[in-house]
Design a protein around this ligand. Sequence first.
Ligand code: COA
Length: 321
Amino acid sequence: MHSRILGTGSHLPDKVLTNADLEKIVDTSDQWIRERTGIEERRIVADGESTVDLAESAARNALGAADIEPGDIDLIIVATTTPDRVFPSTACLLQQRLDIHGCPAFDVQAVCTGFIYATSVADSMIRSGAARTALVVGAECMSRIVDWSDRGTCVLFGDGAGAVVLGASDEPGLLSTRLHADGAYEKLLYVPYGVSSRPEKVRDGEAYLQMRGNEVFRVAVNTLGRIVDETLDDAGLHKSDIDWLIPHQANIRIINATARKLGMSLDRVVVTVDKHGNTSAASVPMALDAAVRDGRIQRGELLLMEAFGGGFTWGSVLARY
Ligand code: COA
């Protein structure tokens, strides 16, 4: 038994925050942000809008594309770093929105690699027979944990959600998934406070993302190069076999470095970082959905999805679409 992608979906909040808007908030410039990151604009949730709202819209789009009814779903996994609440999980909140009852539903927290982790778990459960039709969502409101006075981080992130429906299949769809983490890198990218360690800081609204961007950049480029080789070796395939690279959308310079390592021309790389910024666990499924919906990705093509994020965590999914 294998799992394959039956349909994809995504959703962006309405509010656009451009680099020009950010020039009014912090000491930055459109030119600096474009040159260092490739980002032109990002979407930001409205007051009262939350991660499950974005997840629900993306999930409904994916269910529609897969032509699957909510009642056919027997596993829900939501990858998020910015859940609506400590509990119930965002996956349970989403399950309720979709009027699905009884199937397992849980969140996965692997920051920007969350969707890769969640997809790998769903794939394992389908291949073992524990599930037949899984809804896997990456959804984030990164704007809620960004310090809007820190120009080193606030220009980088955005909000959104992406989703896939994975179904059991006799034919191979997902060919290889690779997951890694190394907690030794904690201090390069982290939120310093949480509900059990410093609840007063959370209450006072001081639990913001912190990052040593330069060091993160170096480790990300090296690590993503390695994971590409590992994934292809695992599947017995070559760089030239890949039709589409769908990378985590953190920085255009990291994406370009990975594409160079693969010897891929940039017209085979899906790039959304210019319009989305870094949406953490939502970035890979939103990029996948964008290229499926505009007709670039066709059935039968070989896709390499990869991500790197806080933890550090990193991983990849190689899939025949
Ligand atoms: N606007 C203008 N100047 C800025 C700025 C901004 N938004 N942010 C930082 N700077 C300044 C710094 O203060 C520094 O000034 P100084 O030289 O006077 O001290 C200068 O720009 C260079 O900073 P540096 O951090 O070395 O820049 P960089 O080329 O490494 O680019 C990042 C910064 C954050 C864009 C880059 O490091 C990056 O993308 N890192 C990876 C981040 C990432 O992907 N994180 C998520 C992983 S999932």
